[in-house]
Design a binder for this molecule. Structure first.
Ligand code: GLU
Length: 424
């Protein structure tokens, strides 16, 4: 059969997924339909096509997006990702999730997201710098420390944030640290920001375990991803005495049913940019196999839509903690719920990153420096409170944790919208 006769399976659309989630949650809330329409609509979408001079002297065009979903509760806030597969619909969904996420942890931000279609693994640091500076320049009209504050996301890092800050500052004639969060410490970054998302995942996973009477010490944990979310979370679980059975990156991972030496695994990845199973007393495992391992806690901390209706029946974890944004499709969500899996949804589980971004922004605006202990204890307080608020709604209404988290977030945005009213 030729390719034209076999239709490719429809690609899951994260924007559709985000809308379906809102519909589910909104059914449980008493929100004026007009207000609901206003807060689910995207406020502003910017698509830019821009040239970058490559190292070989050629010019290449790139496409980037900044979607500002909602700023009812505060300035737009959200990361920028560099990924070959990013597109407007993905960025739209991620921007909406940022709005609910900031509201769930009750920090005064709205939601936005950005992305550039590129493969940073195939670009040199100079090319990435030129791409970042030009993209920042394209976004200048919509950014600002009181308007829209970017941060790192998939394949962007503190260095990329430093270039954004420098470009924005040059354009404004003075240094503006509060334009971006997730910066290097030397440029006004916050202690604890790099670890914040992984730490938040660990905190909410520990709360979920406590709720189910599961001891973290000895718990069997599987982590998809080894970046600043998965890698940091894996390290925290190992330090707390959990057995981390598997870790992966985008190409696959390593597995040891008795538990990996997480520090060795991460330093191998750091040194060689890959896992070398022979050196790690582990066997190779694909990302698909990893998600189906028998474990207590599964942490998808890489990309969206990895747990679908096709593999959900084979997920054997007791608890799923979503380090990534949108890793579980709505159909899979329902199947996991029916199978009794306890879900800590993304807008709660990975909210540690934006929470410490908020701390960084506050420190920048006030020229203050908080200690790491202060950051960690504030983060822990916020994450635990959000977890218990979501759990209370889930119990009260007998609804899944995701619906409960969305209800909490959407209701807070709706209330803010009602108070602000509509201009004119
Ligand atoms: N990209 C992260 C997220 O998806 C952090 C966003 C931020 O700190 O603004 O939550």
């Amino acid at each position: 059969m030729s390719d034209t006769q076999t239709p490719a399976p429809a690609k899951l659309n994260p924007a559709t997924m985000a809308r379906q989630q809102v519909e589910l949650a909104a059914k449980q809330l008493d929100i004026d339909p007009g207000v609901l329409q206003k807060i689910t609509a995207t406020k502003r979408e910017l698509t830019v096509h821009f040239p970058v001079r490559m190292d070989d002297g050629s010019l290449r065009m790139f496409t980037g997006y900044r979607v500002q979903h909602n700023d009812t509760r505060g300035p737009f806030k959200g990361g920028i990702r560099y990924h070959p597969d990013t597109d407007l619909d993905e960025v739209r969904a991620l921007a909406m999730w940022m709005t609910w996420k900031a509201a769930v942890v009750h920090i005064p931000f709205g939601g936005a997201k950005g992305g550039v279609q590129c493969n940073p693994k195939e670009m040199s640091p100079h090319e990435l710098e030129r791409l970042t500076r030009r993209f920042t320049w394209e976004l200048i009209p919509v950014l600002g420390p009181e308007r829209d504050i970017p941060a790192p996301d998939v394949y962007t890092n503190p260095q990329v944030m430093a270039w954004i800050m420098d470009t924005y500052s040059i354009m404004h004639g003075h240094t503006v640290p509060g334009i971006v969060t997730g910066k290097p410490l030397e440029l006004g970054g916050s202690l604890g920001r790099f670890e914040a998302t992984g730490r938040g995942v660990f905190i909410t996973a520990s709360e979920a375990a406590r709720h189910l009477g599961l001891n973290i010490e000895g718990a069997r944990v599987v982590v998809q991803g080894s970046g600043n979310v998965g890698g940091v979370a894996a390290r925290m679980f190992a330090r707390a005495g959990a057995k981390v059975l598997a870790i992966s990156d985008s190409r696959g991972g390593v597995h040891n049913p008795h538990g990996l030496d997480v520090e060795r695994v991460l330093s191998c990845k750091n040194q060689y940019q890959c896992f070398i199973s022979d050196r790690l007393e582990a066997s190779d495992i694909t990302n698909a196999e990893l998600l189906e391992l028998d474990c207590d806690i599964l942490i998808p901390a890489a990309m969206e839509c990895v747990i679908t209706k096709d593999n959900a029946p084979r997920v054997r974890a007791r608890i799923v903690v979503e380090g990534a944004n949108g890793p579980t499709t709505p159909e899979a969500d329902e199947m996991l719920h029916d199978a009794g899996v306890f879900m800590v949804p993304d807008i709660l589980a990975n909210a540690g990153g934006v929470t410490v971004s908020y701390f960084e922004w506050v420190q920048n605006l006030q020229n203050l420096l908080w200690s790491e202990d202060e950051i960690d204890s504030r983060l822990s307080g916020i994450m635990r409170k959000a977890f218990s608020e979501v759990l209370a709604i889930s119990h009260q209404k007998k609804l899944p944790m995701r619906t409960a988290a969305l209800m909490l977030g959407i209701d807070r945005v709706a209330k803010a919208q009602e108070l602000r009213g509509v201009y004119p």
